[in-house]
Design a protein around this ligand. Structure first.
Ligand code: ADP
Ligand code: MG
Length: 418
């Protein structure tokens, strides 16, 4: 059954268009223009991108959201072919109406090859609609869910036209990726923790035997041979200590993070961390300037975990400043978040390394474990916060940590469990 159509005054006027005089025709044209403007305004308030294109892929109309998602400029309308703008669309669009998209084999919605050069197949053999998730890289990287269907109404003299609905699902996709990541970590943890514990026993035993060797050596008469053995034993002990520290850090890093929800004053946490690092700061000639208001809103979180975050960040900042200098800690807040930045004027991070500093075991330090930033990002994500790093090699690094205020964290947690 065809859908019911409401007769508007405009429809009635259009029905009599043949008999209208020029004044009435002018009114009709005005009303049509008004109606079009209204519809355009409505379309531009929709968050989804809406596109209309003809059978050759030329974009005839795009609402504001679509223009933003695929980077379409006003002058492109009526000229540009959609899959030139979004090359990865070529396959799916071709699948829908068998058009020649000019970018290699065309595959239909079921994945079967379709003839690219032939005329559009009969309507009934064409998939009626297509939904697909695509990745758009221009003007920025986004994941877009695309739904395309053929318009049933046909204007005289025109081939088939297609409506494309684009929905930006980047945020959704990221959440899924994070979930997968956390599930993978959860599956890995018991195994890895088990292995780390197992390693602990033989290490203990090696350590004990090394002590025995040292004691026995001490009882022997001094000799060059004995000294060489003592040297080797010392190197072994140092390596055992290193492994022990690595296992300790590793176990800390993979421990599940389910933060408590206490009211935390970040200024107090920072003060505690600075007390711990005081001696090391003095040795390095580093001064820490804290520029944080006393009435900074509290955040909801886990005291020990947040302490670990600032400890790791400040330690990295200090370790980057072997020539001494000042580390600036500043904070600000808006309605939802508290943001704390730690700025050092140390060595900075090379461009290629910036994207890797959150990877477990990525380190540029000879005695580093590469787990500090990994732990920091895990803790922050578990708190509903995030972290950004900006660095200029040779000049320094600013790490910015964003934590949700109490009211926001509760809302997000509630949404997650819905
Ligand atoms: P580690 O400190 O054991 O090397 P992290 O995970 O804490 O491990 O840091 C990883 C790497 O990130 C460091 O080796 C260093 O290259 C870089 N990095 C982190 N913070 C800073 C900083 N403030 N300045 C310069 N480099 C940094
Ligand atoms: Mg570190």
């Amino acid at each position: 059954m065809p859908p019911l159509k409401r007769q508007s005054p405009l429809d009635r006027l259009l029905g009599r268009a043949d008999n209208l005089d020029s004044a009435s025709l002018a009114i009709l044209a005005q009303r049509l223009a008004g109606e079009r403007d209204l519809l355009e305004t409505v379309f531009n308030t929709i968050q989804e991108g809406v596109l209309l294109m003809d059978a050759t892929g030329v974009v005839e109309y795009a609402n504001d959201a679509a223009a933003v998602i695929i980077g379409l400029r006003a002058e492109d309308w009526g000229k540009v072919v959609l899959w030139r703008l979004v090359p990865c669309l070529a396959r799916s669009v071709g699948a829908l109406f068998g058009a020649d998209t000019g970018t290699g084999p065309v595959v239909n919605a079921n994945g079967a090859p379709a003839s690219a050069k032939s005329a559009p197949p009969p309507v009934e053999t064409v998939a009626p609609a297509l939904t697909q998730e695509i990745e758009v890289t221009y003007p920025e990287r986004r994941f877009v869910r695309l739904h395309m269907s053929r318009l049933h109404t046909q204007s005289a003299g025109r081939g088939p036209r297609f409506v494309v609905i684009l929905r930006d699902v980047t945020a959704e996709r990221r959440r899924t990726e994070e979930l997968v990541e956390s599930e993978r970590a959860a599956a890995l943890s018991p195994l890895a923790a088990g292995l780390a514990h197992e390693l602990g026993n033989p290490l203990n035993s090696i350590n004990l035997h090394l002590q025995v060797i040292r004691r026995q050596l001490a009882k022997l008469d001094p000799s060059p041979q004995g000294e060489r053995i003592a040297d080797s034993a010392r190197v072994c002990s140092e390596e055992v200590e290193r492994l022990d520290a690595l296992i300790h850090n590793f176990l800390g890093a993979i421990r599940p993070v389910s933060p408590a929800s206490a009211e935390i004053r970040l200024l107090d946490v920072i003060a505690e961390v600075l007390a711990l690092l005081k001696k090391q700061c003095e040795d390095l000639g580093v001064r820490v300037a804290v520029n944080v208001r006393h009435d900074l809103p509290v955040v909801s979180g886990d005291h020990d975990q947040l302490k670990q975050v600032f400890f790791n960040l400040l330690k990295n900042a200090m370790e980057a400043m072997d020539k001494g200098g000042v580390i600036d800690i500043a904070a600000e807040s808006d309605d939802e978040f508290v943001t704390v930045s730690v700025r050092d004027c140390g060595a900075g991070i090379e461009r290629e390394a910036v994207s890797r500093i959150f990877d477990p075991f990525f380190t540029t330090k000879s005695g580093g474990h590469g787990l500090g930033m990994f732990v920091v990002s895990r803790i922050l994500h578990a708190h509903g916060g995030d972290i950004a790093v900006e660095s200029t090699p040779g000049h320094g690094t600013t790490v910015t940590v964003r934590l949700p205020q109490k009211h926001r964290r509760f809302r997000v947690l509630a949404e997650k469990t819905e």
